[in-house]
Design a protein. Sequence first.
Length: 360
Amino acid sequence: MSDRRRSPTRRISRPALLASTLVGGVAATALAERRHLKTLAADDDFRALSAPLTDAVSEHAVLPIASADGTALHAERFGPARAETTLVLAHGWTEAIPYWGPVIRRLASEELAIVAYDLRGHGESELARDGDYALERFGEDLEAVLDAAGGDPARTVVAGHSLGAMSIAAWAARHEVSDRIGAAAMINTGLSNLIGGALVLGELGSRLAPEWLSRGLLGSGRPLLPVSTPLSLAVARHVAFGPDASAGTIAFYERMLMTTDAGVRGAVGITLSDLDVLEAAARITVPTVVIAGDSDRLTPAVHAERIAHALPSPAGLTVLNRTGHMSPLERPEEVASALRELVGRLRPAHGAPAPTEVAG
């Protein structure tokens, strides 16, 4: 009888098999992420949005500002200090000055000084003193920016996106609006019941909006993934953008979202969870345009309708087709056109001298 030996069968333990599968999955994920980031780097929209805004204007200046509580705010002026008209831009939650880039590029001229600022805790502005992110503080920040901008009140327009527009309402609640500005714009915003009206939650938002749900969804301070992935872009598209937004446009916003301090994101979210400043709209006595997106799942057009109805001097309600929460990025031409028309409707200047450029 032949002495044939069987080859020993190599048995792989379950932990080893699991570890091997995990390592392979991580490697595949890393490779997919590298491909994704390489694709984004070559995306025309992403590259155009990421270009320096200073290239679009003849003059540029950084304006260091201190709010009422001492929080240092970062603002930038695009255009000449002696321009006849001033446009102040307030961005939204988890955004920064570059968010307004497409609009600034379309409006830049020698006749317009555009002042954009980073909200407290966002962009290059300082974290709030004492960790205070109450909406009243955002209103005080706007007042400080208006002081620094120094424009003729009759020739000054304030435009806010989302939280920026809420800041306008908080500011209006404590100031005589017509003494400080000549017109305003409220873009993709709501002034009350944000969770109850949010379509991103489907039926959940309308049926289950107690305080714990609001704070749990908006007030989460958990860190986000540090890099963009196809999944993260898909989530951002569903939550914040309309169907026509390009991957590069979404990734441009996503970069701002990821760099926003997680604690700030959570603290501001808690502020928004019980927001109710709709009554303040009645104090915005200057001509005010309201802009919404028909695909906005965060602040649906019904919010815009309520605001327009509450305004003493409504100057038009525009609901943009196939547009989500990010109208200044998704439809910059339409937003810029609305602001340009609003500027054109301003009263004649009061005749006050233009602000003097301070050498520094």
